[in-house]
Design a protein around this ligand. Sequence first.
Ligand SMILES: [Zn+2]
Length: 426
Amino acid sequence: MYKKINKLAFGSGSSVVVERCQVCGNENLEQVLFLGYLPPVNRMQPIGEAPHEQPSYPALVLHCPRCQLVQLGLIVDPKIIFPPEYPYTSGTTKILRENFAELGRECRTIVNLAREDLVVDIGSNDGTLLSNFVSDCRVLGVTPEDVGKLAIERGIPTIISYFDRDVVAKIVAQEGHAKIVTAANVFAHIENIHEIVDCILELLSQDGVFISESHYLFSLVETLQYDTIYHEHLRYYSLHSLKYLLEMHGLEIIHAKRIPTHGGSIRVYAARRGTYPVRDTVSALLDEEKQAGLNKEKLVEFKKRVVLSKLEGHSLLLDIKKQGKRIYGIGAPSRASTLINYVGIDDGILDCVMEVKGSHKIGNYMPGTIIPILEESKLFEEQPEFALLLSWHIADELMPKLKQKGFRGDFIIPLPNPRIVRNSEI
Ligand SMILES: [Zn+2]
C-alpha cells in the first residue's frame, strides 16, 4: 500500500508538490500554516554582489488526519537544498555529545550487546554516536559527507556513501546483520522514507533493535519553534506518526522518550513485532500526546500563536527602532532564515548577524535579504544596544557567554514570546 508515493523530487532539478501523505498515502491533507516563500537556507550570496534572481519555495505545512504526520507541502530536489559547495559542518555540540553518551548507556538496558555484535549508524557524520560503542562491540558508520574521513581517523570504520540498498547488501555480505541500527536526524530529511525503513529492516538481525532520534512535533508546537520549518525538514513526527510509519513495516515501538537535542527531540526504539517487551514509556507518551491533542484544532491554535508572535515581534522592534537603537543578530543557523523571512526582518531592522570566527557563513548575506554576516568580534567592538538571539532555543547558554566575553547591551529573545532580557539580569 505504501508503495503509492509521491513523484520524487530527487534529481528533478526542481520541486514536487505533495499530493498525498508521505507516510500513509492519504490524499485528504489539511492545511495548517503557510510561512510564505522561503529561499534555500544554504545558498548564500556574497556581500557586495548585486542581488540577482534566486529561487524560493512555498512553505505550506500540512497535517494528515489518518497517520497524524505533519509535513511540508513541497519537496525540493536535495541537489538544490544541499548544493555540492554546501560546506557541511558536523555541529557536534556538547548537548549532542552528552545525548549520544546517554543513548549508549540506555540502549544497554534494552539490548544485550556482545563483542561480536555490530552497531551501524546511518548519517554517522564524525562518528560521535558510535564512539560510545567502539570499545565493546563492532561498529560501522555510513555517511555521505567527507566528514566521515574524520571518523575513520578516530578509529570508527565508516563507509562514505548514501544509505541505500547497495550499501546494505555490501554490509550484510561483509559484516553480517546489525544488532543495533541508529539514525539520528535522518528521518525528517530523506525523501523516500519507506525505502529507508525497508533498508533498515534488511540490515537488522532478527533480534535487532532500531533506534531513531527526530525533532519532536510536540516540542515544536509547545515552544512555537516554527522556525525549524524549512525545506530540509520534510516531516515533523509525533510518536503517533512514527508508530504508524514503523508498524507499516512490521516494526513495534518498544521504548520512547523525549530528549533535549535540537530544541526538543524524541528517541524511539523499535524491533520486529514480539521480539522485546514493550515498555510503559510508549503508552505513557502516546497518552500525553492524546491529552495534548496534537490534532487539527491544536494546530489551528498553533497557527494563531505563530501569527501573534510575529506581530508582537514587530511591536517590540518598532519601539527599539523608533529610539534609533542598533540591533545585531547572533548566529546564522538554518532556522534563522525562516524567522527572518517570515517575520520580515530586513537590513533596516537588523544591522548585521554575528558568526564565530572560522564560520563559512561570514562574508555572505542572510538568505533572502542583504543583511551581512560578519565576524563576532564586531559585537564587542561596536557594542550595539541590542543583540537578537537567532539560536534562541539555547538562549540560556548564549547570554552568559556573550556577557562574559564583554557584551554590554541587552538581549532580544524572539520566540516563543518576543521579549527583552536586560544585561543586568544575566
Ligand atoms: Zn498520513
